[in-house]
Design a protein around this ligand. Structure first.
Ligand SMILES: [Zn+2]
Length: 121
């Protein structure tokens, strides 16, 4: 996998090498960009796209505003994700915060605020 920010080849590491602890998974890392993504268990399949510290912060912010939509049982998880697809014009494959860049995170945060009628937060 190439780093989406600098286009150099990412380093493939075990979680033990990366975190100093074995989580039974692996990590793609670009050291110059400090961008990384974990894998599904002990495979080479990434969980999303590589993220810089800035993008990781935005994804976390997006999750913390989006997840309560379904965690609070206002809607089911699948309804919440379908709503996200429609609100953002994404396919079901694309509608995952783990794949989002900074702009998409910001867009989702705005849409959720609109949905919940929260203004100027
Ligand atoms: Zn890079």
């Amino acid at each position: 996998m190439n780093c989406p920010y600098c286009d150099k080849q990412a380093v493939f590491l075990t979680s033990k090498e990366f975190y100093g602890r074995d989580y039974g998974s692996n990590v793609y890392l670009c050291r110059p960009c400090d961008a990384y993504v974990g894998t599904h268990g002990n495979t080479k399949n990434p969980l999303g796209t590589m993220a810089t510290p800035e993008v990781r912060r935005w994804r976390k912010a997006a999750h913390s505003i989006f997840d309560p939509l379904w965690r609070s049982r206002e809607m089911s998880r699948s309804t919440a994700y379908r709503w996200m697809q429609e609100a953002m014009g994404l396919s079901s494959k694309e509608a995952h915060i783990a794949l989002f860049d900074e702009e998409q995170c910001k867009q989702l945060i705005e849409k959720v605020k609109e949905q919940r009628g929260i203004k100027h937060v």
